[in-house]
Every structure is written in structure tokens, then in C-alpha cells.
Ligand binder design. Structure first.
Ligand code: PLP
Length: 404
């Protein structure tokens, strides 16, 4: 990988922060955008702006074609069987809310159970909790061990005749653990239970093949895969999506509307009510093609090496506690040093131009489990370098020295 060339595609990486060149290590929160993505958005508004699916005129048809071609780009990126299995949403959060609302309405009755895990992002907790109130479903939670790995034996015990879905993150946004989703899907399918994979922290780091995985649903956000904000994906197997009722009502999701009764459109439009965010959909396709051009296998081996280096260097710091020590990790390292508050660490690193995340990372139940309020989180992308990791380590050592 030509890192210098790659970095030149991301002008923001040359930003000066308090006199230092930015070291951006908050990629788990959002990734930076390559020039081609930003330029694509500008290009669409300057040359192709028109409402999609509704006009017979030239611009509308051009915008529609580009948006539908983008659906195929997403389909190919995750190797879905059909492009109609790709639903565009606002992001992971909306995708999971769509799932919780629509799946529970169709398939769950009072007392039915959904299994999640102790390391989920709030999006994959609260969306289901809302259905506890609305539908009377119950949430069951797979515990984690001291390394921050899912306890699959415990998961097996949680499965019952009432289990309707297992909804699980692929990579923990706090611990960095890569969960054994192949095994989870196999176990679930042996009980005829579908599985939803939250790929918000994985789809930008490794090859995901939904057909090979045989997952029933998969969700991710555009802004975490070097694409724009406000766009995301819900992939679902056609057989499930066809049975599920629409999430929202409005334009485009209908077949025919009458006051006597309304029929609904086919997939994927049944789940895409209203004018979609087509400029960002098109720019998302640019981002995915950008990743593909670099190559996910090269990205993975580069990032894994950088993660290992960062992890080794962090481990040498006296008093450091790393949360999540599984052998199978990806991109993310969470830590605390001595009694230094995560917020103080983050603020002082920022003054040195180093951007990290601090706090509970939208995973308060996990924080409770770990017995802490928050962590400092470093999350790596393919444009980061060993030199940047060195700056992080020097920065942390300076903070430690300040606190004596
Ligand atoms: N799931 C995971 C694992 C995440 O890391 C995040 C965001 O950090 C989300 C869901 C929510 O993503 P978004 O805020 O883009 O909807």
C-alpha cells in the first residue's frame, strides 16, 4: 500500500491542530473522506440534481440510474445475491430500528425473545428495548469473559423455543473483539433462528460476504466506511424482507394508494419511504469503490500490523489497563492509565494534535460490566502510520508525566 499516496487523497489529514499536524485516531466514530467522495457529492449537485424515481426528464433519470447503480455497488461489496436485498437507510442506527420495528411486528409476540450481547452499541440495545414496551418481547444478553470475548456456551443456554432473532455486533466498538459470527450463525440456524450482524465496525476493515456467512441481515453506516454521513445500509435476505411490513409510510414505498386501502411497493422500495438521500448513496458507492481499489485484504494486513504495533507499544506504558485482550481484534484499542481520567487524557492528547475518543462509546452496559465509567479509545484506519502511533505513545507518556 502506498500510504503517502493514500494520505494525499485525504486533505484533512494535513490539518494543523494547536501547532501540530493532526493525528486522527478516532476512526471508529467516523472516518475521513477521500477527495473522490467529496468531489462526487459536489458533482452530483452541480450536474445531476433531480428527484429520483419520479421524473421522466433527463436529470431525474440520470440521478435514478446512478442511485440504482450504487445499489449494485453495495450488493457486490457485500456479495448479496440480489441488489433488491440492499435497503438504503440513514445509517446503522436507522437500519437496526427498521429491523426492530418491522421484524418484531411480523414475527414476535409477547414473551418472545431476542438475543443480543453484553458488548453491543446502544443502537443494538435500545432499538430492541423499545420493542419490549411495544411488543412485550424480552431481551437476553450473552455475557463476555475477562478477555472481552463472547461466551458462546452461555449463548447456547440462552436459546429457547421463544428465541426469534440473534442480533450481534461483528466487531466491538469498545473492545475491538472480532466475534465468531460464522459459529454464531451456524448455531442459530441449527435452531432456525435468523441472525442480524451489526457490521458498523467491520465492513471497512475486512471482506464481508453475506452469502458465504449466510447471515440473514447485516447493517452498516456510510460515514464509517469513508463515505458520507446520513446514509447507511440494511441488507436482508429476500425471504425475510418480503414478509416484513414497511417501516415508514410515504412516497415510493407504495403500490397504489386509496382511502379504501393501500398496497405496497416491491423490494427494496417498500422500505425506502420518501425522497431518498441519493447524492450520498451515490457518494457511498464511490467510497466503496475506493476501498476496493486499495483492496480489503491489503487493508486488513496493514491495519492488523499497525494494531499489533500500537498494542505492543501501549502495553509498555506503566499502569496501563487495556480493555479487550482477545487474540482476534480489529482496529480498536480501549485503555486507561493509572488513575488518569479518560477525559483528561483525551483533552491533553488533543492539545498535542492527537484525536482519540473518550467516554462510554455508546456502550454503557459494557462499561457497567467492566466496572468503569469510560475509556480512552484509539481506532485505526488504513491511512494511519507507525509514526502516528509513536506520536500517540509519546503523548500518553507526557500526560502520565504531567500527572506524576
Ligand atoms: N453499532 C456499532 C458497533 C457502532 O460502533 C456504531 C457507531 O459507533 C453504531 C452501531 C451506530 O452507528 P451510527 O451512529 O452511524 O448509526
Amino acid at each position: 500500500m502506498d500510504i503517502d499516496k493514500i494520505r494525499s487523497d485525504f486533505p484533512i489529514l494535513s490539518t494543523t491542530v494547536y501547532g501540530n499536524t493532526l493525528v486522527y485516531l478516532d476512526n471508529g466514530a467516523t472516518t475521513q473522506k477521500p477527495k473522490c467522495v467529496v468531489e462526487e457529492i459536489e458533482k452530483i449537485y452541480y450536474t445531476t440534481n433531480a428527484n429520483v424515481h419520479r421524473g421522466v426528464h433527463y436529470l431525474s433519470q440520470k440521478a435514478t440510474d446512478l442511485a440504482e447503480e450504487s445499489r449494485v455497488v453495495v450488493q457486490q461489496y457485500i456479495n448479496a445475491e440480489h441488489s433488491r436485498e440492499v435497503i438504503f437507510t440513514k445509517g446503522t442506527t436507522e437500519s437496526i430500528n427498521l429491523m426492530a420495528h418491522s421484524f418484531c411486528r411480523q414475527f414476535c409476540k409477547e414473551g418472545d425473545e431476542i438475543i443480543i450481547s453484553a458488548m453491543e452499541h446502544h443502537a443494538n440495545i435500545v432499538s430492541w428495548q423499545l420493542q419490549e414496551t411495544i411488543k412485550g418481547i424480552k431481551l437476553k444478553v450473552i455475557p463476555i469473559n475477562e478477555k472481552g470475548e463472547l461466551m458462546l456456551d452461555e449463548m447456547k443456554k440462552l436459546i429457547s423455543s421463544k428465541t426469534r432473532l440473534i442480533s450481534i455486533t461483528h466487531v466491538s466498538n469498545v473492545l475491538g473483539t472480532v466475534n465468531p459470527i460464522e459459529e454464531i450463525i451456524e448455531i442459530a440456524h441449527n435452531h432456525d433462528i435468523p441472525v442480524l450482524i451489526d457490521a458498523a465496525q467491520s465492513v471497512q476493515h475486512m471482506v464481508i460476504d453475506v452469502q458465504k456467512l449466510d447471515c440473514d441481515f447485516l447493517v452498516f453506516s456510510g460515514h464509517k466506511v469513508y463515505g458520507p454521513n446520513g446514509v447507511g445500509v440494511l441488507y436482508g435476505k429476500e425471504k425475510w424482507l418480503n414478509q416484513m411490513p414497511p417501516y415508514q409510510g410515504g412516497g415510493e414505498m407504495i403500490g397504489h394508494v386509496s382511502f379504501k386501502g393501500t398496497t405496497f411497493n416491491e423490494l427494496p422500495f417498500k422500505f425506502e419511504a420518501g425522497t431518498p438521500n441519493y447524492p450520498d448513496v451515490i457518494a457511498l458507492a464511490k467510497a466503496l469503490n475506493y476501498i476496493k481499489n486499495i483492496g480489503l485484504d491489503s487493508i486488513k494486513s496493514y491495519e492488523d500490523e499497525l494494531l499489533q504495533y500500537c498494542s505492543d507499544e501501549l502495553s509498555k506504558i506503566e499502569g496501563i489497563r487495556i480493555f479487550g485482550t482477545s487474540e482476534k481484534k480489529c482496529s480498536v484499542i480501549s485503555f486507561l492509565v493509572g488513575n488518569i481520567h479518560h477525559y483528561d487524557m483525551g483533552m491533553l492528547l488533543d492539545k498535542m494534535g492527537i484525536a482519540v475518543r473518550t467516554g462510554h462509546h455508546c456502550a454503557q452496559p459494557l462499561m457497567e460490566e467492566l466496572g468503569i465509567e469510560g475509556t480512552v479509545r484509539v481506532s485505526i484506519a488504513f491511512y494511519n502510520t507507525k509514526k502516528e502511533v509513536d506520536r500517540l505513545i509519546t503523548g500518553i507518556k507526557r500526560v502520565v508525566a504531567m500527572f506524576g
